[in-house]
Design a protein around this ligand. Sequence first.
Ligand SMILES: N[C@@H](CCC(=O)N[C@@H](CS)C(=O)NCC(=O)O)C(=O)O
Length: 204
Amino acid sequence: MKLYYSPGACSIGIHVLLEEIGKPYESQAVNLREGEQYKAGFTSVNPKSKVPTLVRDDGSVLTEFPAIAYYLARSNPYANLLPDDIDAQAQALEITDYAVATIHMQGFARQFRASNFSANPAEEEAVKTRGRELAEKGFGVLDKTLAGKDYAVGKFSIADAAVFYVEFWSKRVNLPLPANCAAHLERMLARPAVKRVMQQEGLA
Ligand SMILES: N[C@@H](CCC(=O)N[C@@H](CS)C(=O)NCC(=O)O)C(=O)O
């Protein structure tokens, strides 16, 4: 398999899952700052111009964080990236989607790419402020989910990889994390797979 990623982007969560699985894989950095995602070399792989993008062993391409995470978990059952119990599985998907679709795509995206939310430069600060509010609300929800638990559904799962990357981003925008999220981020950073990814992405 081959993962297209960008250092410190949301693809870091999928990078962590690949390291947790422990099978050999290739990785290729895409320089988002220089717009490499819009050039033919990458759009021929993923016309959405987004990372994470996973090219599977049969050459087929999978995009969207929750779908890639689910695929990796189900195709590598020995890695225990999803609980066995159907209710806990559904909960892991619920938390994954909340981190990606709400905290990332509504909260952080407004702060990182305000121009995608308003064509009027005068509204940029208001867009960023709204993004911060949405991220704060999201971490409040996650904090309750994490109460009394080491990981989002008890044991480590794909949900933790998604929660990890948005928690990691909170430092970039100086957003203080509530206590359970802060402890979860430290727990994640202490995992050997996460440490390897931080090294590989030049973030350690
Ligand atoms: N919904 C997508 C979001 C992916 C996404 O927004 N990736 C960002 C990096 S964190 C990206 O590739 N941005 C490049 C761009 O929009 O130009 C997913 O779940 O994978």
